[in-house]
Design a protein around this ligand. Sequence first.
Ligand code: ATP
Length: 258
Amino acid sequence: MTLTLETRDLTIRFGGHVAVNSVTCTFRPGELTAIVGPNGAGKTTYFNLISGQLRASSGNILFDGTDITQQSAPMRTRAGLGRAFQLTNLFPNLTVEENVRLAVQAANGTHYDMLRPWMVRRDLIARADAILDQVALGSRRGVAATALSHGDQRKLEVALMIALEPDVFMFDEPTAGMSIDEVPVVLNLIAQLKQDKSKIILLVEHKMDVVRSLADRIIVLHNGQLVADGPPAEVIASPIVQEAYLGVAPKNTAESAA
Ligand SMILES: Nc1ncnc2c1ncn2[C@@H]1O[C@H](COP(=O)(O)OP(=O)(O)OP(=O)(O)O)[C@@H](O)[C@H]1O
């Protein structure tokens, strides 16, 4: 059976406000889905529901055929849902290299062989090195996580997610706050991850140029509801998006769509 991630009538209420309203959607491997919509549409809330940071008021989340609606965020991570760590999840005083090695070890913990510790250790070190190169942090390996620039911290967050070898990669505005020269590194990294067609990739993103360059599919949330779903060109051109998304934030999108 193909791996799928599915939300069924997923809903969350904050008091009287329905932030995510009965969203039904299926995500499949080999597809990068961008989740777009105006400010306050419910994108991050939907993301948090999927990763387990928030609990649904009603509806279900199914991952690989299992209902994970009631599972904690760590359980979902172990099951294969990867979300970029916030800095608070890192060891801020450890170096970049130490953080990545710890994540690689955590991912391989169950396979640890007491009789071959050095052999295993060499494998893990090589894996950590490869990930550091992949995210272009090789030259920053000896720097404490807390001393990194904002852009490098975001890269480290992605490195830790890669280390955990998830089936689902979740990116919430991965280039937010980055300097102009840091952005391509992260976009190339996501494009590289897309090459592995066994992965499901979800991306919350405001910048339409980023969405256009990476997405295989776009879903649009508006007032917590799923209002469009399809190939990028089709969704961007649809009247509901022109009105609901581009219409609501003309300045933002006119700039980024240019
Ligand atoms: N913990 C919370 N308590 C109360 N209301 C919340 C909470 N989290 C989110 N909301 C509300 O839910 C709605 C959706 O917020 P959310 O952050 O998911 O939107 P978004 O589409 O990610 O917006 P943005 O693009 O601005 O990040 C907003 O009206 C927000 O104020």
